[in-house]
Design a protein around this ligand. Sequence first.
Ligand code: UDP
Length: 377
Amino acid sequence: MYSFLVVGAGLYGATVARELTDHGHSVLVIERRSHIAGNVFTYQLEGINVHQYGAHIFHTNNSAVWSYVQRFATFNRFTNSPVANYKGELYSLPFNMYTFNRIWGVVTPAEAAKKIEEQRKASGITEPKNLEEQAISLVGIDIYEKLIKGYTQKQWGRPCDQLPAFIIKRLPVRLTFDNNYFNALHQGIPVGGYTKMVEKMLVGIEVQLGVDYLADKGKWDKLAEKVIYTGPIDAYFDYCLGNLEYRSVRFETELLDMPNFQGNAAVNYTDAETPWTRIIEHKWFEFGKDEQGNDLPKTVISREYSSEWKPGDEPYYPVNDEKNSKLYKEYRRLADQEKNVVFGGRLGEYKYYDMDQVIAAALEKARELLEKGNSTP
Ligand code: UDP
């Protein structure tokens, strides 16, 4: 018997497992995949840490979370500065003075602000109700057309006027020459990759891989007093109220016999026609060097294709539109009746969490569980 069964060895599961173990509880972690670390999993290819499930750049304003992760990894000083490629024209991201200069020829912040204001006025939008209106009122119609509209429709498979406004607010708009994609105090990539970091988080904790909890739920439930479930909430209830929608991502990864393919970690293809949303070149997350500081002769790139999730695919992004938010609430009601089960993480809470938010939520949940002291060892 264990005090806790943690289903899923991603960041939420690993954090909760670490905290409960450190407070004297017996914890078993089970994971459906053949590896730990969930979607932050990285593996080495030709000395390059490949982000198998897409780019993960750790960034946070939460100093407690930042100091927490320092226990498990040393972070490099990577700063995310993606480039947007619109039909061969290159633009700086996030939207900043370099972007405004390239698109309108403006030179000063006052000129840029004036241009945005003019376009906002012309659009007649006062209270943005969806992503399209939010984007136009933040950066104007020209940038919306070239850098947002095509990318967003590919990414979400829905027109921008049917998506929630908050998604675009993830991106800063700056009247400075600052290409840092995130407004975060702390940022970096764990040296040696995320898998190594999560391995450290799970030191001394029993982990079983390749185990499908839902396929044999009854058996696993008997092993522990409480379950922390980090898989999809709708799958837990056997989709009894219908499927929640997710976006899935497919990666085409290639090892190239050249040292430098695109000169940057991320290039977004923001037109509607290019079938992929972005290409990541993994070596640039670590400055193109191996851990000893040697230049790497080859490179690994991944083209990212976004698609609607269907059973059998990996769910990546919850689609937090009205319809799905409503359905999630109904699942949440069912979840509240499962007294011995905690639902956590991007899939368990159907929430577009960043990594730091996942860790913060897991720390909070662990604290709550420990305070309740339901199963004091
Ligand atoms: N986005 C865009 N153009 C870009 C990058 C992002 O329109 O070049 C929009 C798009 O709607 C996307 C959202 O901004 O879904 C949030 O982007 P973010 O980079 O935060 O997404 P993630 O890295 O989580 O996929």
